[in-house]
Each structure stands twice: as structure tokens, then as C-alpha cells.
Design a protein around this ligand. Structure first.
Ligand SMILES: Cc1cc2nc3c(=O)[nH]c(=O)nc-3n(C[C@H](O)[C@H](O)[C@H](O)COP(=O)(O)OP(=O)(O)OC[C@H]3O[C@@H](n4cnc5c(N)ncnc54)[C@H](O)[C@@H]3O)c2cc1C
Length: 419
């Protein structure tokens, strides 16, 4: 669930900027100049926040509720930044404020930098928001946004009416934000992947029904993670392209790290067809806050298909003295598709506090809130819900749970996509 602290921090930063900008507006600026530069400054701050979020810093995960939520906010504020920048561009007065030297205006590159920044911003946003563009193409081109940021930094830094002629407190705030943003941008493009990589060796590649289990042995230190967290997996060697995110399906105490990957596109098919034991893998993480351990004593876990993986890790990690009362609803197309079903049954029988409810759609059984209402011993709002699976299933359940009076704070979801 998206946490409020992060959003509050972004709004506070923008409010501070607006107060400084309006409170110390130079006398020679018309209200229109003040207003449009305010919008331009807000656009730059939103871009800065978006770049800071792309560093995947752990502290930010706590503020926003996990990396998947951070990426959602990263995307939303990126779009907002573009809107503010467009209004700024079309609204800014053509004539310079009184007292600004026109010769200075032609000497500095502010206007061409702003124009270039805006063109690249629109192209970058089109690529970022176009879901038809393949991820492997999308990912490198998204780095264009780093260039946009530098162009826009140069634009406001050399804008004579605003900063060169008079560096007010709001300008200093933008300058400080810009320095932080540039450092974060370089870190996220060049340093982050190298710094966070943990090496593993492939121990086994197990074919499952429409999925592959990859078992990894640490080459050095083990990865410290909580059940339900995910990591980026990068296979070393030619032709493996970019890292892909997968939930860790093993338990933290396990000597091996396991990922269960559904065959979906080129990369996951290659995993199934070509990956061999003995190769090297880099794992980056862990990330995510899909944590059921600190939640209430009565929990419903709703897994759709491959969305079982976070719950698999949780079940494998669970101790026999666990006091929680858990209902695990595992929805799959057919029984054959329900990977690890036998292990789940055994585990539920061993633990005693877990009730397993397998549902197969080919038998006409779906995860439904009205069914839960009938079958559960206590009222729906006395449980805490954890859901992972296909988006339509999660959206439908979320809507029905809210209609049935379950507060949003009791519903936790994990999305298997960032875009
Ligand atoms: C937090 C998280 C946890 C996940 N856990 C699991 C899991 O436990 N098991 C599982 O089978 N799948 C999981 N996924 C989904 C998995 O990452 C994609 O199915 C996989 O990357 C598809 O790659 P592909 O090239 O084979 O398929 P494609 O058809 O190329 O991609 C299918 C979709 O996967 C996403 N995707 C593709 N490449 C990447 C990438 N490099 N980085 C991020 N997203 C990408 C895109 O949304 C794309 O539309 C998880 C995803 C996320 C975000």
C-alpha cells in the first residue's frame, strides 16, 4: 500500500518552494512572470523527486511502501512535471522583466536549452507511457530523461530574468535540488547496478508447468531478505540483456535462493530453454514491503497464478509456533497449473494455522468476496488481506472488499509490473 510519508514530503517541498517564490518575488517581475516561473520551478522539483525515487534507496521504500509504489509515484510525478513544464513554456511572457539587460538574454543559452529539454521530455514521456514498447527497448531509452534533466537545469540556471540577474531564495532551493538531482541521476544510471549486485551461481534449473524454478547458490555472502520481497536477476553472459524483477520464493533461512519464473516473453522463455547450471547470476535487492509478519492475527492471502511466489516464501519461512490464523486462497486456471500445490498442502497440514483453499477456474471456481463472506468464520473487516496476481483479479477483489466495508489500510497488494 502506498504510504503517505513520501507523498507528504514531496508536497511539503513544493509548498516551501511556492512560499519562497511568491514571498520573495522581485518587484520588477510581473504577476505572469512570477506565476509561470513558479510552474517551471515546480516542474523541475517534481523531476528531481522522480530522479531521487529512481535510486531505489531503502529509506524511500519505507516512506512510500515499497519499490513498486516508488516507481508508480516516479511515473505519476514525471507526467505532472511535463504538464507543469508545458504550461510554463506556453505561458511565460515574451518580453523580459523591467531592468533585465536584453544583451544578457541573447548571450546565455537558457531559451535553446529549455526548448531542447521540452522536446526530449515529450519524446521521453511518450516512450515511457507507451505500453506497446518492449521493455528491453524502453529501459535504455528511458535514460534520455537524465539528459532532459540536465538541459532543464541549464535552462533555469542561465535564465536571466529569474536567476542570473537575481538569485532569490526559491532559486537557491532549486539550485540545491538540482545538485542533489544530478548526483542521484548519475548514481542511478552509472553506479546503482554495480554497487548493489550480489553474485550467485546457478545450482539447478527446474522445469515446472509453464514456469521455471531457478535455484541459486551464493558465491559469497547470502542475501538478507524478508519473505515476500523481490530482487532483480541479471544473468551473466551474452544475449541476456537487462535485469528482470522476481519475487524470492525461498525462505530467508534457506541456503539457496530460489526464483519461480512464469514463461511469459522472450527472456523468461530463454530462461527455460537455455539456462544451464554452473553459470553466474547477479542479484540486486531485496526490495518491497509486502510484509504480512507485522500485520494482524487474522489474514487472508489471495494468490492468482504465479502471484503465489511471495506467499510461497512466507509459508516456507513460517515457524510452527506462528500464532496467526491464515487462509491462503490459491486461484489457478486448472489443477495442473497450480504449481507447488502438493508442497502447500503438506505445509498447511504441518503448520496447523494455515487453511489452504485451492480454486480452479476451469471448474467454475474463482476468488470472490461474496464466497469469502459466506465461508469465513469472522466478519470480512476483521481480517487483513494480502493479494498478488493478475491485475484484473486484484482490481476486482479490491473493489469488492472496499464495497464490503474492509478499510483500504487492511488491503495490501503486490503488483508484478512497474510500468
Ligand atoms: C516486483 C515484481 C515481482 C515479480 N515477481 C515475479 C515472480 O515471482 N514470478 C514471475 O514469473 N514473474 C514475476 N514478475 C514479473 C516478471 O518480472 C516478468 O514477467 C518478466 O520480467 C517478463 O519478462 P519477459 O521478457 O519474459 O516478458 P515480456 O513479454 O517481455 O514482458 C512482460 C511484462 O513484464 C514486464 N517486464 C519485462 N521485462 C522487465 C524488466 N526487465 N523489468 C521490469 N519489468 C519487466 C513488463 O511489464 C512487460 O510488459 C515480477 C515483477 C515485478 C515488478
Amino acid at each position: 500500500m502506498l504510504r503517505r510519508q513520501g507523498i507528504f514530503a514531496i508536497i511539503s517541498l513544493i509548498a516551501l518552494f511556492a512560499i519562497l517564490h511568491l514571498g520573495f518575488a522581485p518587484e520588477n517581475h510581473s504577476p505572469r512572470t512570477t506565476g509561470t516561473t513558479l510552474l517551471g520551478g515546480i516542474a523541475f522539483l517534481l523531476m528531481t523527486c522522480s530522479i531521487i525515487l529512481s535510486t531505489r534507496a531503502t529509506v524511500l521504500e519505507n516512506w512510500f511502501g515499497g519499490l513498486d509504489r516508488m516507481y508508480q509515484v516516479h511515473r505519476t510525478i514525471g507526467v505532472l512535471a511535463a504538464l507543469f513544464a508545458l504550461v510554463h513554456f506556453f505561458g511565460v511572457p515574451k518580453e523580459l522583466p523591467a531592468g533585465v539587460d536584453p544583451a544578457l538574454n541573447v548571450m546565455v543559452p537558457s531559451a535553446p536549452l529549455g526548448m531542447l529539454g521540452l522536446i526530449f521530455l515529450v519524446i521521453g514521456l511518450f516512450i515511457a507511457l507507451n505500453r506497446k514498447i518492449r521493455y528491453s527497448f524502453w529501459r535504455p531509452t528511458h535514460k534520455i530523461m537524465g539528459l532532459v534533466y540536465i538541459l532543464i537545469f541549464g535552462h533555469f540556471f542561465t535564465a536571466p530574468p529569474v536567476f542570473v540577474a537575481q538569485f532569490g531564495p526559491s532559486g537557491l532551493l532549486l539550485l540545491a535540488a538540482g545538485i542533489v538531482g544530478v548526483v542521484c541521476m548519475f548514481y542511478s544510471v552509472f553506479g546503482m547496478n554495480r554497487r548493489t549486485a550480489v553474485p550467485f551461481t546457478i545450482e539447478a534449473v527446474n522445469a515446472l508447468e509453464r514456469a521455471t524454478e531457478v535455484v541459486l547458490k551464493p558465491s559469497g555472502k547470502k542475501l538478507d531478505f524478508k519473505p515476500g520481497q523481490f530482487a532483480f536477476v541479471e544473468i551473466s553472459g551474452k544475449g541476456w540483456s537487462e535485469p528482470h524483477p522476481f519475487t524470492i520464493s525461498s525462505a530467508p533461512h534457506d541456503d539457496h535462493l530460489k526464483f519461480t519464473m512464469k514463461v511469459l516473453g522472450d527472456w523468461t522463455r530463454k530462461i527455460r530453454e537455455e539456462l544451464q547450471p554452473g553459470g553466474e547470476v547477479k542479484v540486486r535487492g531485496p526490495y518491497g514491503c509486502f510484509d504480512a509478519e507485522s500485520a494482524g492475527p487474522k489474514q487472508i492471502w489471495l494468490a492468482g497464478g504465479i502471484g503465489l511466489t511471495p506467499f510461497l516464501s512466507k509459508l516456507r519461512a513460517m515457524q510452527p509456533d506462528d500464532k496467526r490464523q491464515i487462509h491462503l486462497v490459491y486461484a489457478a486456471r486448472e489443477e495442473q497449473d497450480a504449481i507447488f500445490l502438493d508442497e502447500l498442502k503438506d505445509r498447511a497440514a504441518q503448520l496447523g494455522n494455515v487453511t489452504l483453499v485451492p480454486l480452479f477456474s476451469d471448474e467454475g471456481n474463482f476468488a470472490r468476496v461474496d464466497m469469502m463472506k459466506q465461508k469465513l468464520p469472522d466478519p470480512l473487516d476483521s481480517y487483513e488481506y494480502f493479494m498478488c496476481g493478475p491485475k484484473p483479479m486484484i482490481d476486482g477483489l479490491m473493489k469488492d472488499l472496499k464495497t464490503a466495508g474492509v478499510p483500504r489500510r487492511k488491503i495490501h497488494t503486490e503488483a508484478f509490473e512497474f510500468r
